[in-house]
Design a protein around this ligand. Structure first.
Ligand SMILES: [Zn+2]
Length: 470
């Protein structure tokens, strides 16, 4: 075992970051494209394009209103239970009480935004085993910040939490289910993102080209019913989902040594080579917020469990899930009680608002940059098998706000992309002396403002069918 390996085996994440930095020297390039004992690719060295800086004016951590998040969660917990099969008309207890508090907050933010933010209540019926096999009335609440660019106003970036909670008795509307962490925390993150980003939109400092939807859905605990409905709603409204950020159980960080990184789950789809759009969204978020904030986990969700990003992911859309670093199962889906000295229940006292504030900032900043970016390229193809050079082609609509396209590559065993080159227009580029076999490749669009689209990995160009390139 070499010095580096020893270091990496023993370290916690902070010293790992340090170790990776130390090891990122020419002698032992952890993220480098060629290990010293492999042939160099390309032989002459890769191009060294000028890398555009990311968009200016990132959201500052101190702009997050932790107190407002705490007070919304307190109101939601005060509804007793928010299970979606309880009353939607009782203002004091049940999901209707939760909806009213969320609506009041969204309306207040909308008023502060001078009416830029639009608030929608989406009512529907849904059925599953956990609605006792009967159609149950449900409601989602959306706040919509319309994009400023007519080309992108039908492109939608979503952040979502679920308003509903559940007790130990999954089909019983009667017991208390405070749901402070699951998922009043994600609800508070979605609402705080609405406040931060609509304020920015009004200031004109971050012109969002695409539309941003701040969702709070119901029926998650009945089988993802609200998010499934949200997906259908986006299609009915003619939106294209550019990215979906699900925040579910993002409120606590009790393990010693915190604050820790939030976990970001992404599935890989059914693609043989390379990656799904969800994986690319996860990478984009990690690049925006930094690997000291985001712990990417390459798995669709926690083992054997699910969440509101699931149907979006299954539809082939970019969708990921944020969850706290280490869950405490005595606090989840439990009727509050003490048994043999153990306290059960998803209570406010276990929340950590410093951690939750970090999560809100990281969601908001990711949405800010994604909504400022040009559209991802299309028809991204790789040719050049059985030749010395890789050839990558792509297409895209004209966009005066775009600076060009970054050609990305990485070792097949690496988690993250590196920039190979920056190319101004659409068409085909040849990576001279780079084998098609030894790396994965992708292309992403870069705005003149420095915002990047999510990456689009190459697909094989069809045999005997020339790729048509503008
Ligand atoms: Zn949940």
């Amino acid at each position: 075992m070499g010095r580096g390996q020893k270091l990496l085996h023993k370290c916690d994440w902070r010293s790992c970051v340090l170790a990776v930095l130390l090891l990122g020297s020419p002698a032992a390039p952890i993220f480098g494209q060629n290990a010293p004992r492999d042939p160099a690719e390309p032989m002459q060295g890769k191009p060294h394009p000028e890398i555009l800086p990311r968009p200016s004016g990132p959201i500052a951590r101190q702009d997050v209103d932790e107190k407002a998040m705490a007070s919304l969660i307190h109101e939601l917990v005060g509804c007793g239970t928010r299970i979606s099969i309880a009353s939607w008309t009782d203002p004091k207890r049940g999901p209707g009480c939760a909806r009213d508090h969320i609506l009041a907050r969204f309306h207040q933010i909308a008023a502060e935004s001078g009416g830029k933010l639009q608030v929608v209540v989406d009512k529907f019926e849904a059925e599953s085993e956990r609605t006792n096999g009967k159609p149950a009335p449900m409601e989602n609440v959306y706040a919509i910040l319309p994009g400023s660019d007519p080309k992108f106003e039908k492109t939608l970036f979503i952040v979502s939490g679920h308003m509903d909670s559940i007790s130990s008795r999954w089909t019983d509307p009667v017991p208390d289910a405070p749901g402070a962490d699951d998922d009043a925390s994600g609800t508070a993150v979605s609402v705080e993102c609405a406040r931060l980003l609509s304020k920015l939109a009004v200031s004109g400092k971050s012109p969002f080209r695409a539309t941003i939807l701040f969702a709070v859905v119901s029926g998650e605990e009945q089988g993802l019913l609200g998010s499934k409905h949200l997906l259908e709603w986006t299609m009915q409204q003619g939106y294209t989902v550019g990215g979906m950020l699900d925040d579910d159980i993002v409120g606590a960080d009790p393990a010693p040594g915190g604050p820790h990184r939030v976990r970001l789950f992404s599935g890989n789809g059914e693609i043989d080579d390379c990656d799904s759009p969800s994986r690319e969204l996860a990478r984009a978020i990690e690049e925006i917020d930094g690997s000291s904030a985001i712990r990417m986990i390459f798995r669709v969700d926690r083992y054997g469990r699910g969440g509101d990003h699931y149907y979006f992911y299954k539809a082939g859309l970019p969708a990921v899930r944020f969850t706290e670093p280490l869950e405490n199962y005595t606090h989840q889906h439990q009727t509050p009680r003490v048994e043999y000295g153990v306290e059960y229940g998803d209570l406010e006292k276990y929340l950590d608002f410093h951690f939750m504030g970090d999560v809100a900032r990281d969601n908001a900043e990711a949405l800010r940059q994604l909504a400022m970016a040009p559209a991802p390229p299309r028809e991204v193809r790789l040719k050049g098998a059985v030749t010395p050079d890789a050839k990558i082609s792509w297409s895209a609509e004209d966009d005066p706000g775009r600076a060009g396209f970054e050609i990305l590559w990485r070792e097949t065993t690496e988690a993250r992309w590196q920039i190979y080159d920056l190319v101004p227009g659409v068409g085909e580029t040849t990576l001279k002396g780079v084998s098609t076999d030894n790396h994965f490749f992708a292309v992403r669009a870069v705005g003149k403002n420095g915002a990047r689209s999510i990456a689009v990995p190459t697909e094989p160009a069809q045999r005997n069918t020339p790729t048509v390139v503008k």
